[in-house]
Write a protein that binds this ligand. Structure first.
Ligand SMILES: [Zn+2]
Length: 373
């Protein structure tokens, strides 16, 4: 996600903060300062406490995911509470439900502890004004935690409520259908939120836009997964391709470029194992800079992911997306390249699948018409 800063790493999870989350913190500080009545350090302490509660919420998700063997490479803190990026999707509705609910549960525990420790029965009015420094610090912090629970349980992606809703729907329906319905409900909720924002807070409009786009992205990625379900890399990879030796010179790469219509060339080491990738543009760029005598090894891309033939298409696409690579090398168990997978080959497969589906549909109709004479 763009627009975010890396803060640090805790227990293997990178913590990033989105610029809009910074805006939220600045807004709390500003209204705090405007109303007055408390020293400035208290405003800062309050913001830091809110921040810690949001991070603890995310670590609730992370701990639950870890129980199911799913790692969390990073979390991004947004005004809507933060998004934890899981290494893989939960493998069923129950896993997803438990992971989604673990975050808000942390805030319920924090709020309950705060209210129990200070022994105050706070009024709703007091709990709902976190920006007012004249109200007790801990009452306000408890209020923020209750707010985080209510807000996150709004049934809209990427908020936890959206995931809980999908998990409940997925007990009855397919994952894809549950996602589509949950995404539609989420976009409806975002629309209501946006309208409410027009009257109450511009920040809410920003959140609504976020939620709307996130719901759309979620629906799209689930659709892709539904289409690619059961398809492996072996089904979509390019199997006829030229290979370059890592100690070859660029002039050889240029010859191969002219002789084939390939866009990506796997590079192999002395033992024939995959070592890197040269792209069409990469060859042309390197020719301009280093001339025809430069070694392939020095100009190839080494950040290219490799996958096995039997890897699922969905998993491979996710790897390509997270690394930002234009292609993935398909290798055998002994690391020898056996194919290339890029967005073009995947696109062709998806088109064929769509055509195949239409073809079947057409055949069915025709045979039914035939049977009626
Ligand atoms: Zn959450």
């Amino acid at each position: 996600m763009g627009w975010s800063l890396k803060l640090g790493t805790i227990a293997g999870t990178e913590i990033r903060i989105h610029m809009t989350f910074v805006l939220l913190l600045v807004w709390i500080w500003f209204t705090h300062y405007q109303i007055g009545g408390a020293p400035a350090w208290e405003g800062v302490a309050f913001i830091l406490s809110v921040f810690v509660c949001v991070v603890l919420h995310e670590f609730g998700h992370i701990a639950a995911a870890r129980r199911f063997g799913i790692k969390t490479p990073d979390i991004t803190l947004l005004p809507i509470g933060g998004v934890a990026r899981l290494e893989r999707n939960p493998s069923g509705p129950t896993e997803e439900l438990l992971i989604a609910i673990a975050g808000p549960l942390v805030n319920i525990v924090i709020a309950a502890l705060l209210l129990a420790v200070i022994g105050v029965v706070a009024g709703l009015e007091e709990l709902a004004r976190p920006q007012d420094p004249q109200i007790d610090f801990f009452v306000r912090l408890a209020g923020v935690n209750i707010f985080l629970v209510l807000f996150n349980m709004i049934p809209a992606f990427p908020m936890d409520g959206g995931r809980v809703l999908r998990a409940i729907l997925a007990w009855r329906w397919s994952w894809d259908r549950a996602t589509r319905v949950a995404a539609t409900i989420g976009q409806g909720a975002a629309f209501v939120m946006g309208v409410a924002g027009l009257f109450y807070s511009p920040l809410l409009i920003l959140v609504a836009i976020f939620v709307y786009l996130a719901a759309e992205a979620e629906a799209q990625s689930s659709e892709l997964q539904a289409i690619s379900g059961g398809v492996t890399v072996g089904d979509v990879m390019l199997t006829e391709f030229g290979v370059l030796q890592s100690d070859a010179r660029l002039s050889e790469a240029a010859e191969l470029l002219l002789a084939t219509s390939q866009n990506e060339y796997p590079v192999v080491d002395g033992e024939g194992k995959f070592a890197g990738l040269l792209t069409r543009d990469g060859i042309i760029g390197a020719m301009k800079e280093g001339g025809p005598n430069a070694l392939v090894r020095t100009v190839m891309r080494t950040d290219i992911p490799w996958v096995y033939e039997e890897t699922g298409l969905g998993d491979s696409l996710r790897v390509m997306q997270t690394t930002g690579a234009p292609a993935a090398a398909v290798v055998s168990r002994s690391q020898h390249p056996v194919g290339i997978m890029n967005y073009e080959t995947v696109g062709e497969m998806l088109m064929l699948r769509a055509a195949f589906h239409d073809f079947r549909f057409g055949m069915l109709r025709r045979s039914r018409a035939g049977s009626h004479g």
